[in-house]
Ligand binder design. Structure first.
Ligand code: NAI
Length: 457
């Protein structure tokens, strides 16, 4: 099929590359000319395992192309995916300006039946807005005869495992309108996704509003599990229980399950924080408070400070003669995404308390440098006290450190040589925001170790 993707970011690029790989003729368009130039020159603007090879092979096979030409991109695809950003507005609601700009372009340039797919995460009711904008443009052109239908097809991929998630989805949600154009659109969507359903039907067909809601509900449920475990972990610290033992004790109940039960430094990334805010806002706008979800967000904001509070409790409020090693900057492993990363809150607290920091991340150092310029726009001099490394050996940043602070659970941090660690550091102290190690093993090795909710031993 001929398919256009509008917005070539994480979701758009992965969707474009994966749909090309199963044989479709894909055109990915973006307003960011630098991004498109990079892709056309063989580069990949983001870090995502396996994506480079997939893009390269499908470009070579002429199934995947990149362009800034909006008019040509509307002409290309019978199916037009909108995969642009939906960042939070000042009041927390999703900012739809990019989605509606994309819709406007479709209305301006389309010349035949189009299936318009909202892939971006959007509030309930957005498909109606997208349809209204397209219709407005068609009316302006005197082309009200042209037909289209807006479908909701939210994306559930996880950064760091995006290709695997897209290629082997656990569900494909399609929301459509039950009218003639809607049924035609649904048939096109079924055809497009048929290769993913060969052995097992994964498609969940529903009305458009339920599909839009499903994406927010999924992220809200996952974020709730995280904040719930973080609160329990903080209590475990107070009462002398071990949250890891508790996790295993409750996760073995199939009604609960093991996933998303890890205590840590709070959730970050481009989706959970903004989607939780947006759903809370949608509820308020509809006269209902989502009290559980409002607490989920408040707990998460506090959780991002728990790790540095442990540091301040040990070393006091003035860290001006202290030096810390920090492992992990990206909001999670296998990505360079720094949006809402807990490390930014940790770095803010450390640098403003006077500390020096040597930070390691295998991939996200450049992106961190970029976002810290914005975070410290009011105090750029503080950035002179931080240096970065993406060395293969993360132990390099430990030299003379008063403590090691672990924020992201990259594989490279899983089993450090503790004797070498002790020899390198000024004092062998670890604040572990991801509970990577066994407290008993650390104690035996003579390392002072504080995890999240693990102070029972
Ligand atoms: P992104 O910020 O990486 O990419 C968005 C792209 O859209 C940018 O390259 C931007 O230049 C482009 N763009 C903006 N306006 C445009 C226009 N009018 N025409 C053409 N291109 C335009 O965003 P990301 O992370 O890919 O997210 C996109 C949507 O997917 C969001 O709604 C997000 O919530 C959702 N989502 C994101 C996931 C993730 O892991 N990043 C997972 C699931 C959903």
């Amino acid at each position: 099929m001929n398919v256009t993707i509008i917005g070539t970011g994480y979701v758009g690029l992965v969707t474009g590359a994966c749909l090309a790989d199963i044989g479709n003729n894909m055109l990915c368009v973006d307003v960011d000319a630098r991004k498109i130039d990079t892709l056309n020159a063989g580069g990949i603007p983001i870090y995502e395992p396996g994506l480079g090879d997939l893009v390269e092979s499908n470009m070579a096979a002429k199934r995947l192309a990149f362009s800034t030409d909006i008019e040509a991109s509307v002409a290309h695809g019978d199916v037009q995916f909108i995969a642009v950003g939906t960042p939070p507005d000042e009041d927390g609601s999703a900012d739809l300006q990019y989605v509606l700009a994309a819709a406007r372009n479709i209305g301006k340039y389309m010349n035949g039946f189009k299936v318009v797919v909202d892939k971006s995460t959007v509030p309930v009711g957005t498909a109606d807005k997208v349809a209204a904008v397209i219709q407005e443009e068609l009316d302006k052109r005197g082309r009200s005869d042209l037909r289209f239908s807006v479908v909701s097809n939210p994306e559930f991929l996880k950064e760091g495992a995006a290709i695997e998630d897209f290629m082997r989805p656990d569900r494909i949600v399609i929301g459509y309108s039950d009218d003639e154009d809607g049924r035609e659109a649904l048939a096109a969507m079924r055809k497009l996704y048929a290769p993913f359903n060969r052995n097992h039907e994964r498609t969940r067909v529903m009305d458009v509003r339920s599909a839009e809601f499903t994406k927010y509900a999924a992220n809200a449920m996952l974020a709730t599990r995280i904040s719930f475990m973080n609160e329990l972990a903080n209590l475990a610290d107070r009462v002398g229980a071990d949250i890891e033992a508790v996790r295993q004790g409750i996760g073995s109940d199939p009604r609960i399950g093991y996933s998303f039960l890890y205590a840590g430094t709070g959730y970050g990334g481009s989706c959970f924080p903004k989607d939780i805010q947006a759903l809370t806002r949608i509820a308020r706008d509809n006269g209902q408070a989502l009290r559980v979800l409002e607490s989920v967000e408040a707990v998460n904001d506090e959780q991002k400070r728990v790790l540095t509070q442990k540091v301040l409790d040990r070393f006091g409020p003035d860290l001006s003669d202290r030096s810390f090693a920090l492992w992990g900057l990206a909001f999670k492993p296998n990505t360079d995404d720094m949006r809402e990363a807990p490390s930014r809150v940790v770095l803010d607290a450390l640098l403003r308390a006077g500390a020096r920091v040597v930070a390691h991340d295998p991939i996200a150092v450049d992106e961190t440098r970029r976002v810290l310029q914005l975070d410290f726009a009011d105090a750029p001099a503080l950035l002179e006290r931080i240096s970065f490394s993406s060395a293969k050996d993360p132990m390099e940043v430990l030299a003379d450190a008063d403590a090691l602070i672990i924020v992201t659970e990259w594989k490279a941090y899983r089993s450090p040589n503790l004797e070498r660690l002790k020899a390198l550091m000024k004092s062998p102290v670890i604040f572990d925001g991801r509970n990577l190690y066994e407290p008993g093993v650390m104690k035996e090795a003579g390392v002072i170790y504080q995890g999240i909710g693990r102070n029972s031993r």
